[in-house]
Write a protein that binds this ligand. Structure first.
Ligand SMILES: Nc1nc2c(ncn2[C@@H]2O[C@H](COP(=O)(O)OP(=O)(O)OP(=O)(O)O)[C@@H](O)[C@H]2O)c(=O)[nH]1
Length: 378
């Protein structure tokens, strides 16, 4: 005789009820897990589809806290020489929009014990546990969150740590050292691939828009930016100005100090021009010994004032070259402004602005060099 044979109908009903409750709980759990999985699959698709750095980090900060029910998500990226930060800034990324994006100079600052690592050491694992305001201040610099538990998850590419994904919860039981980490490791590996991908794409974009000799923008960048700025200036009714800067007698410089010495002078002049500009202004090398500057929200008077400062800055002191050679360099500058009331095609306005500055430059050269000339219609 089994136990059930002796069970009363009441006991059987109670057991039945208990089984039903357990079943309902399990179905509920399964549905919840399915829903989490579906949300994560959608998140994976969203981040894999991100085509730019701001789009990717924007997705991570916007979607991950919601789908994973987290109270804080931050991202620490290793950026040894601040290259990533510099390039993204030059490409126009507004870091103020991403307060949870953190840059660290090295792996030591990432907040998890790497131990004495060697080439063959296995990659670091996520560190889960109680939130400690002192220990986690770097990963969670915004103090108002009242976090209780955190997960510091390494972002790995080819076993190399490129940063960490930092997850925080107000629930003390959310991240405990005994919790399995397969799921968050999987998520971090997708995020790491996406990050590496968009960062290298942005780097390529940047290389295509900059002059490799001087590090300033190139003609392609200015041609594109000029069209955008003309449209914006017309919408917001302000003036933009354009400057053509040409180093005087540069052929003689090359003849005297050789092409390499000439290159050194180009780099130094680019630095001297840049020192006189605002962050919103764009400096480019148009080729050879010609530079251009696009000044936003500056009329002809202000542009001529800046141009005069640049002229003086170039001529201010001798340029020292390796080997002790000292050169005195001057530049001629033509300045023109765009009438904000124009409404023709932006392409035509851009060409006209460039050619007016070029015309003024020609007058600066023929008028004796080392001077600034403003374009004035005949
Ligand atoms: N070192 C170096 N020289 C360059 C580069 N690109 C062009 N040049 C040189 O720049 C010189 C430009 O000379 P020109 O256009 O005759 O003008 P200039 O001697 O500067 O005389 P003005 O403009 O009339 O004052 C040439 O000797 C070019 O070879 C470069 O990338 N590096």
């Amino acid at each position: 005789m089994t136990q059930n044979d002796t069970a009363t109908p009441t006991a059987l009903a109670a057991e039945n009820q208990m089984l039903r409750t357990r079943m309902a709980y399990m179905i509920d759990q399964a549905e919840r897990n399915h829903s989490i999985m579906t949300r994560h699959q959608a998140f994976d698709l969203e981040i894999v589809g991100a085509t730019s750095f701001p789009e990717l980090v924007g997705s991570i900060f916007r979607s991950l806290p919601a789908i994973s029910e987290l109270d804080a998500v931050t991202l620490s990226l290793i950026d040894e020489d601040a290259d990533i930060h510099t390039v993204m800034e030059k490409l126009g990324v507004d870091f103020a929009a991403f307060p949870d994006l953190l840059f660290e100079p090295g792996v030591e600052q990432l907040g998890f014990d790497m131990g004495p690592r060697q080439t063959l050491s296995p990659p670091p694992k996520p560190v889960l546990g109680m939130y400690d305001p002192a220990r986690h201040a770097r990963q969670f610099p915004q103090p108002a969150q009242r976090l209780q538990s955190v997960a510091i998850v390494p972002l790995l590419r080819n076993k190399r740590v490129i940063g960490t994904l930092n997850l925080g919860s107000v629930d003390p039981a959310r991240f405990t050292p005994s919790l399995g980490t397969d799921f968050i490791e999987h998520m971090a590996s997708i995020i790491a691939i996406c990050l590496e991908n968009v960062i290298s794409n942005e780097m390529l974009k940047y290389i295509g828009l900059t002059d490799s000799l001087t590090g300033v923008y190139n003609r392609r960048y200015i041609d594109r930016r000029l069209l955008e700025e003309i449209a914006r200036a017309r919408r917001q009714q302000y003036t933009i100005s354009f400057m053509y800067i040409d180093i005087d007698h540069f052929k003689r410089v090359n003849d005297t100090v050789g092409h390499q010495g000439g290159d050194e002078v180009l780099r130094e002049v680019a630095g001297r021009i840049k020192a006189e500009l605002r962050l919103s202004d764009a400096l480019a090398r148009f080729g050879g010994e010609e530079f251009v500057v696009l000044l936003i929200d500056a009329d002809l008077d202000s542009a001529a004032f800046v141009a005069e400062r640049i002229r003086a800055g170039i001529a201010a002191s001798m340029i020292g070259l390796p080997g002790g050679v000292q050169l005195s360099i001057t530049g001629s500058i033509g300045v023109a402004s765009l009438d904000q009331t124009g409404d023709g095609p932006a392409e035509a306005a851009a060409l006209e602005l460039i050619s007016q500055a070029d015309e003024a430059l020609y007058l600066a050269k023929s008028g004796g060099r080392n001077r600034v000339v403003r374009y004035t219609p005949d």
